[in-house]
Design a protein around this ligand. Structure first.
Ligand code: GTP
Ligand code: MG
Length: 146
């Protein structure tokens, strides 16, 4: 099963794919939709600029699960209400950067809920590794290829 990651610029999408795949490399800005093995990485602009939404929607059909990310340390709301509803795929929420001192994971989760995430939300840090195993196990149980 394939995953796709989506969410605002700099939220940590590429870093999360690297962490799940145990790729020891620093993420660089994602310029275009890219496959990292089976996982689909998307540029943050695609989640923030409405004219890119259709590309995100079509690409999500290649995946079986969409991970929608929200930054625990960024208070700005950047996803529109019910953004998750555009994907005809199960959505899993991920709150990123929980290691940062200013992180507010509960607020980030509520932003995901406002964006229409109704199922699981996993708090993670790719820096400390916290939460990565739990998300990895969850995806494996769903038979996602990682
Ligand atoms: N402290 C901390 N920093 C993180 C974490 N995850 C990612 N970052 C940092 O956040 C920045 C952006 O990470 P990326 O993985 O490139 O973010 P992205 O969502 O792929 O960004 P775009 O490709 O521009 O859409 C990088 O400097 C990462 O090192 C985390 O869990 N904790
Ligand atoms: Mg990226």
């Amino acid at each position: 099963m394939k995953i796709m990651v989506a969410g605002p610029v700099g939220v940590g999408k590429t870093s999360l794919i690297y962490a799940l795949k145990k790729i020891n490399s620093a993420a660089r800005k994602t310029q275009a939709i890219a496959f990292i093995g089976d996982a689909i990485d998307t540029p943050g602009e695609y989640a923030q600029i409405p004219r890119f939404y259709s590309a995100l929607m079509v690409t999500s059909l290649e995946a079986e699960v969409v991970l929608l990310l929200s930054d625990a340390a960024d208070p700005a709301v950047t996803l529109p209400p019910n953004f998750a509803g555009m994907f005809a795929r199960p959505i899993v929420g991920v709150v990123t950067k929980i290691d940062l001192p200013c992180a507010d994971p509960a607020k980030a989760e509520s932003r995901l809920r406002q964006a229409g995430v109704t199922a699981e939300v996993f708090p993670v840090s790719t820096l400390s590794g916290e939460g990565i195993d739990a998300l990895y196990q969850f995806l494996k149980e769903r038979r996602c290829d990682l």
